[in-house]
Design a protein around this ligand. Structure first.
Ligand SMILES: [Zn+2]
Ligand SMILES: [Zn+2]
Length: 366
């Protein structure tokens, strides 16, 4: 038996379809049949050669935000990471990375281990077990990757962004903290920003203000819990900061969340926070791109900046519980704006690259 994958061979080249033999499954691993895989903002960076760059592991299978069904379960695996019984045919979601356990980040309990992608971005898909990423019919889930059974009430469309966008935001807001009544500013109303709205609302935020340059996204932010939105297209940074001050009693926000992916908004984001306020950086995943910040605003303003990537094993179950409890209050089914069969991945990436698409999804079974 073989399975298909869309293979990334080179920056600027279309994905190539290749067939690989289905691998034997180790006793404590499993083979997942992918049912839905999304194009996350970082995948768009990766195809342009961004993110951590192209060192090693070419050609490779990109994609990491996904959901699937257990096709073959290693004989030693009886339960998921939180102890629920698991069998072939179960729907699962999982962390797309695995911390190495043997570096200073791991010793200190930091999930953003620099080696966490060694079996994905740093391993060629020509090497068995081949299925290292999301843009294929299968995914080989290795020993030690956190995996969770998905409640039947959550369809793929709702649950496919859990293992990246939603889990990332749940963890990041937990780490930076949301205090009852906080004035929260969210820079960017993409998938991460919309989740940030709903989560901040549920965590007890007071006023939530969302900034973007696309009217459709701002309208959606309101249905995700934003109290007010501001279209910042063509507005100079100074005016953006002034607009936030004006809406926060002249003081600035308690918490500013950057999810635009643009280094240009970092400086204004800091100045949108009040004295003693917190600033969360998640959107800028590329290395080597520089923005301008005024460090005096951080020091004299006693502001805290927190940047982080990925999350801990407790996060996905909490994200799934959140979707179940809050599903009636927010239109989570609108996060995925377009779907394509996997065979149309090149068209799908072209659509995802246009800023109008919120999140584009690929269906390997279609
Ligand atoms: Zn992602
Ligand atoms: Zn490590």
């Amino acid at each position: 038996m073989t399975g298909k994958a869309a293979v990334f061979t080179e920056v600027g080249q279309p994905f190539q379809f290749r067939e690989y033999p289905l691998p034997d499954v180790a006793a404590d691993a499993m083979l997942i049949r992918i049912t839905m895989a999304n194009i996350c903002g970082s995948d768009l960076h990766f195809v342009r050669g961004g993110g951590p760059g192209l060192k090693g592991g070419m050609p490779r299978i990109l994609g990491h935000e996904m959901v699937g069904v257990i096709e073959r379960l290693g004989r030693a695996v009886k339960t998921d990471t939180v102890g629920q019984p698991m069998k072939e045919g179960d729907r699962v979601c999982y962390a797309y990375y695995r911390p190495c356990g043997a570096c200073p980040a791991c010793w200190h309990g930091i999930p953003g281990c620099p080696h966490r992608y060694r079996h994905w971005l740093e391993t060629s898909c020509e090497e068995p077990p081949h299925f290292h990423g999301a843009y294929g019919e299968y995914y080989y889930l290795r020993t030690g990757q956190w995996v969770y059974r998905i409640p039947d009430t959550l369809p793929d469309r709702i649950v496919s962004p859990v293992n990246c966008a939603l889990a990332q935001m749940v963890y990041a807001l937990h780490r930076i903290g949301v205090t009852l009544g906080d004035a929260v500013v969210i820079q960017g109303a993409g998938g991460l920003g919309l989740y940030a709205c709903a989560l901040a609302r549920e965590m007890g935020a007071g006023t939530i203000l969302v900034l973007d340059i696309l009217p459709d996204r701002l309208a959606l932010a309101e249905s995700f819990g934003a109290d007010a939105t501001l279209n910042v297209a063509g507005l100079p940074a100074r005016d953006r900061v002034a607009a936030i001050r004006e809406r926060t009693g002249g003081h600035g926000a308690d918490l500013v969340v950057e999810v635009t992916g643009s280094p240009e908004v970092l400086g204004e984001g800091i100045e949108m926070a009040r004295v003693g306020g917190r600033v969360l950086w998640i959107g800028n995943i590329n290395l080597g791109q520089h923005g301008t910040v005024d460090p005096g605003q951080v020091v004299r303003g006693s502001r805290t900046i927190l940047g982080l990537v990925v999350y801990e094993p407790w996060v996905i179950p909490r994200a799934l519980g959140f979707l179940q409890r809050a599903g009636g209050r927010y239109p989570f089914d609108q996060i995925i704006s377009h779907t394509f069969p996997l065979s149309a991945i090149n068209e799908a990436f072209a659509v995802a690259a246009q800023r109008k698409a919120l999140r584009v999804s690929l269906l390997p079974g279609a």
